[in-house]
Design a protein around this ligand. Structure first.
Ligand code: 5GP
Ligand code: ZN
Length: 136
């Protein structure tokens, strides 16, 4: 039995406000939005996150992002959007079925996503080198 919440939404076992779907993906409204119109896009074929998604799921998820984002902004008069993926529970992923968040934004709406603090002197070069070593 598949107990995955988003598989149940894909299979219509749990209701959702669907926005867009095709053979490979479903987009629906998040019930706890950052701002109204916050959309989740999920692959219909289950995967946990970005690392086990595979090329087909990834391509299918990214392709409709600009189309859906433009529709949200036009429909609800937004000025921009954030695209996000929480990958792993340490990163805040609650539902272990890969999903892209499209979070519509207006200037001054009070959200401050993805803004950190500067590196210490000399630290950025060391961090970059450690990551590059893993990629060679
Ligand atoms: P995560 O933290 O895993 O990236 O985000 C999961 C998202 O799913 C949350 O933003 C949460 O509000 C949303 N969510 C949780 N349960 C439901 C549900 O039953 N229906 C819908 N539409 N969204 C849900
Ligand atoms: Zn699933």
């Amino acid at each position: 039995m598949n107990d995955c919440l988003f598989c149940k939404i894909v299979n219509n076992e749990i209701p959702s406000q669907k926005i867009f779907e095709n053979e490979k993906i479903l987009a629906f409204l998040d019930i706890n939005p950052i701002n109204p119109g916050h959309v989740l896009i999920v692959p219909k074929k289950h995967c946990n996150g970005l690392l086990d998604a595979g090329e087909e799921n990834l391509n299918a998820l990214i392709q409709p992002v600009p189309i859906i984002a433009k529709a949200i902004m036009s429909a609800l008069d937004y000025e921009g959007f954030n695209l996000g993926v929480n990958n792993g529970s340490a990163a805040g992923q609650i539902v272990p079925h890969l999903h892209f968040h499209i979070m519509p934004r207006r200037a001054g709406d009070g959200h401050h996503l993805f803004h950190g603090a500067p590196y210490q002197l000399g630290e950025i070069e060391k961090v970059a080198e450690k990551i590059r070593q893993q990629l060679t």
